[in-house]
Design a protein around this ligand. Structure first.
Ligand SMILES: [Zn+2]
Ligand SMILES: [Zn+2]
Length: 236
């Protein structure tokens, strides 16, 4: 495999299936649905423009063979009240400057925050209140592209995206081409604790969705120009 092929995503990265455990977590764990976010010192728990603290959907350590993100800590936050699809905005051939904070028509800012933290050593004092805290396990698997060049439709980090529609490629505002990192399959439900408010537009009262239940492909900036320089592609 040529290094150039890995860099532009054609040949795909090593792949890990992400498995959600069933035994609720009682203490901070780095790979989790919900739970205690591990954030860099000084990094606040993200808030939506609506003032709600965003829900931590999941977090995990990127395995050490997944360059250029090896060892980073990935966290996916999304507002409960705002549930929609992402819509990229461009300046010339790039995503707009600070696209992670830029308006998302009709919203003044994005309703999600995806972060790669590089010095996330300590957990937050409190866990995510709305989602059940469950462990995640990463299991290596062979994500060989099929005849159309698509990988498995799975909850996974690395590997090859299983594009539901045409492949999408983006250039970061910094000029680097974003690199596919992680996929959340279409319709994946995240179990909610009892007594939490329902999510708008979701199918069930006791689960939340990311991006209206679209399939989500996280493309991240290999230059690490900002901890939030990750674009969530939505397809279905
Ligand atoms: Zn919101
Ligand atoms: Zn960048």
């Amino acid at each position: 495999m040529l290094e150039a092929d890995v860099k532009d995503g054609r040949a795909g990265l090593p792949a890990y299936a992400i498995e959600v455990g069933t035994e609720p977590l009682a203490r901070p764990t780095r790979n989790s649905v919900g739970g205690w976010p591990f954030l860099d010192e000084g990094q606040e728990w993200p808030e939506c423009f609506c003032g709600e603290r965003m829900a931590l959907f999941f977090q995990l350590d990127i395995p050490t063979d997944l360059e250029p993100f090896a060892g980073d800590h990935l966290l996916v936050f999304h507002c409960r009240a705002h549930n929609d699809a992402s819509e990229p905005e461009f300046t010339d051939d790039r995503l707009v400057p600070r696209y992670w904070d830029a308006p998302q028509t009709p919203y003044p800012r994005p309703f999600w925050r995806v972060m790669l933290q590089r010095h996330a050593t300590l957990p937050a004092a409190q866990p995510e209140p709305s989602l059940h805290a469950l462990p995640l396990t990463l299991r290596p698997f062979e994500d060989s592209p099929d005849a159309r060049g698509l990988g498995a439709q799975a909850f996974k980090v690395g590997g090859t995206p299983s594009w539901a529609q045409d492949p999408e490629f983006y250039r970061c505002a910094c000029g680097a081409d974003l690199v596919y990192l992680c996929q959340v399959p279409e319709g994946m439900e995240f179990a909610v604790r009892p007594g939490q408010p329902e999510q708008s537009y979701s199918l069930r009262a006791d689960t939340y969705w990311l991006f209206l239940g679209n399939e989500v492909y996280l493309l991240a900036c290999p230059a690490h120009c900002d901890p939030a320089a990750v674009w969530p592609v939505n397809q279905n």
